[in-house]
Design a protein around this ligand. Structure first.
Ligand code: GAL
Ligand code: ZN
Length: 630
């Protein structure tokens, strides 16, 4: 059984006709038809054109655009235009502007100039969403709602402070609860009244870590409130139209596990750097995350650049074929649509140099010809619609763990969460072992192997979940500096990692961040290797040492261990091994767990993904390769 939000692979991009005279619209329609475009994202930044003065709407031009698209057989993802306020709002109501931690104001003249707590902003945003929904919810071109754009605006104003206090009251009940959770006995920070509690603003020295962490959680929830408000408004007019907002993959500012639950379909914007040799891996990771956020359902690639991304330091274009390759990668990993930013390259404005499906050169261009080919090829993939990608491996990912491990005053400021994710994901990707991402509290029972690159902060529920998973026969590999703190960012005492000590069969006394000079390790099983940046002073308490340091201050101390626990096996990797060694660890864990590659023995950098009953093979090298005897 298959189900999807579409019955044909969606293909198209952001369409901003308000930047162009009418005669260009006619050309757009002809070119869209030529390219096989079937979905246009409209209205994302149209607020000032739709509501030129407060409360006065001008929908005439949008009526025309939607009718024109419809007449040409092109569907619409219609945006609520609330990501970018019109100047009249910020000018007449300066309190709508967002405030930085140092009290300065970010003004208008760009985009996203709003404080998410501003009642003026909220009221105008709700009203225009209502007006759009009332007018277009039953328009025959409408395929989906696109709420706002890339939510992520942070404000530190007094109104946000008040909302923060309300959020904290729900989380902690009373002020004693907050004082306890934030550890305010430290540095004389005890609060005596709620009014004293503020966002983390500019301070003399290091901010209270739990205050910092809670503000990050709060901002995500605050923005989510804005999404939900607009979603409910548009949904009320026609519940049959799916609602989404475009995520940014591994973006720290919003906890997408929480957000995805509120969406009808999950969509994502990704811009891997064509110059980066690891770009294909980054694409795969973002796709796998997006699919996982939706519980495996088909998802939508809402934005990618068909060429260069204008904001990049070096805006390298995509070489011939690359946009097709990366689009196919998205479809292979579960996307039922591939869209771009944007349809026609802007002539003016901040993004005037950004790549587009119709570049400045016009349709007589390599980019447009490739766009047409892609449209044609995607149209032939209709029978993958609604089919699923299944994974035997789960990589755990948690926004709280990410935020917490990157708070101030961690033992190594260069210890970056996403580096850990990439290090552990890469060998799986290279070996063509498909992985989902999973929340640490999720049901893991369907996975043969669970990989935990880093879980510095962990809830009791998540810890018990992992222990139970292994106890019942699961295989698990855990990376360093995991199981350290609780959700209040309270360090768990008595020898790390407190909630996993029995599971892993070891006890850590000290974390030992290192300068980048590599250390040597010996291992009969893995072969000798090097590691850097991080070590841990630990003692095995039941676990078998698989690799041991042979140089540096921890010489003689085990760094990779394996423990039989219940009916399963848990590995612990207490350092950052060189990539080849980490790949061997994961290969060994996969083999023991029975997690198989989609296809074995493929040439390097040939990616294989199974979706439904199809296998996609993607060659990430320039030279062609021949594959026989599959
Ligand atoms: C996205 C955004 C688009 C456009 C694009 C450029 O972040 O949603 O509106 O700015 O990037 O790469
Ligand atoms: Zn604010």
């Amino acid at each position: 059984m298959s189900s999807s939000f579409t019955d044909r692979i969606l293909f198209g991009g952001d369409y901003n006709p308000e930047q162009w005279p009418r005669k260009v619209w006619e050309e757009d329609m002809a070119l869209m038809r030529q390219a096989g475009v079937n979905l246009a994202t409209v209205g994302v930044f149209s607020w000032a054109m739709l509501e030129p003065t407060p409360g006065v709407y001008e929908f005439g031009w949008l009526d025309e655009v939607l009718d024109l698209l419809h007449a040409n057989g092109i569907g619409v993802a219609l945006a609520t235009p609330t990501a970018s306020t019109p100047p009249w709002m910020n000018h007449r109501w300066p309190e709508t502007l967002p405030q930085n931690p140092d009290g300065t104001i970010r003004t208008y003249g760009s985009r996203n100039a709003y404080c998410p707590s501003s009642p003026v902003y909220r009221e105008f945003a709700d009203k225009i969403s209502e007006a759009l929904a009332a007018r277009y919810a039953h328009h025959p071109a409408l395929r989906m709602w696109h709420i706002g754009n890339e939510f992520g605006t942070v404000c530190h104003c007094d109104r946000c402070a008040a909302r923060f206090r309300t959020w904290l009251q729900v989380r902690y009940g009373d002020l004693d609860g907050l004082n306890e959770a934030w550890g305010t006995a430290f540095w004389s920070q005890r609060y005596s009244e709620w009014a004293e509690v503020i966002p983390p603003r500019q301070v003399q020295y290091v901010i209270n870590p739990t205050q910092d962490l809670d503000y990050q959680r709060f901002v995500s929830d605050l923005l989510l409130g804005g999404f939900v408000a607009e979603r409910d408004i548009v949904r009320a007019h026609n519940p049959a139209i799916p609602v989404t907002t475009n995520f940014m993959g591994f973006f720290k500012g919003t906890d997408s596990w929480r957000w995805a639950r509120e969406e009808d379909l999950v969509s994502v914007d990704i811009y891997p750097d064509p110059n980066d040799p690891d770009a294909a891996r980054d694409g795969a990771m973002a796709h796998d995350l997006t699919r996982s956020l939706g519980g495996g359902k088909p998802w939508l690639l809402m934005e990618q650049s068909p060429a260069g991304a204008g904001w990049r330091h070096v805006a390298t274009p995509k070489r011939p074929g690359l946009n097709r390759l990366w689009s196919m990668q998205a479809v292979a990993r579960g996307a039922d649509g591939v869209l771009h930013f944007q349809w026609r390259a802007s002539m003016q404005g901040a993004e005037r140099t950004h790549g587009a499906m119709v570049p400045h050169a016009g349709p007589d261009s390599r980019v447009f010809r490739e766009v047409c080919q892609l449209g044609e090829q995607l149209a032939r993939l209709g029978d993958v619609i609604g089919t699923r990608v299944t994974a035997e491996v789960a990589v755990l990912h948690d926004w709280d763990a990410w935020r917490a491990v990157e708070l101030d005053h961690q033992p190594h400021s260069g210890f970056r969460y996403l580096d850990r994710m990439r290090e552990y994901y890469t060998p799986l990707w290279r070996a063509n072992i498909t992985a989902d991402f999973a929340h640490p509290e999720a049901d893991l029972s369907t996975y043969k192997l669970v990989v935990v690159p880093n879980l510095y902060q962990v809830t009791d529920v998540a810890a018990a979940n992992l222990v139970r998973y292994v106890e019942r026969g699961g295989h698990l590999v855990m990376g360093p500096f995991s199981g350290v703190s609780d959700p209040d960012e309270r360090i768990r005492l008595g020898g790390h990692p407190v909630p996993f000590r029995e599971l892993l069969g070891l006890r850590i006394e000290e974390y030992w961040p290192l300068p980048d000079e590599p250390l040597t390790l010996e291992s009969a099983e893995l072969g000798d290797f090097t590691a850097a940046t991080w070590a841990e002073w630990l003692t095995a308490e039941g676990a078998t040492a698989v690799a041991t340091f042979t140089s540096g201050p921890l010489s003689g101390i085990p760094a990779v261990l394996r423990n039989a626990y219940g009916e399963g096996t848990a590995w612990y990797v207490a350092t950052l091994p060189e990539p080849a060694a980490l790949a061997r660890i994961l290969a060994s864990a996969c083999a023991a767990a029975g997690a198989e590659p989609v296809l074995a023995g493929l040439p390097p950098r040939v990616e294989a993904i199974r979706r439904g009953d199809k296998v996609f093979l993607l060659n990430h090298e320039d030279e062609s390769v021949e594959i026989r005897d599959l």
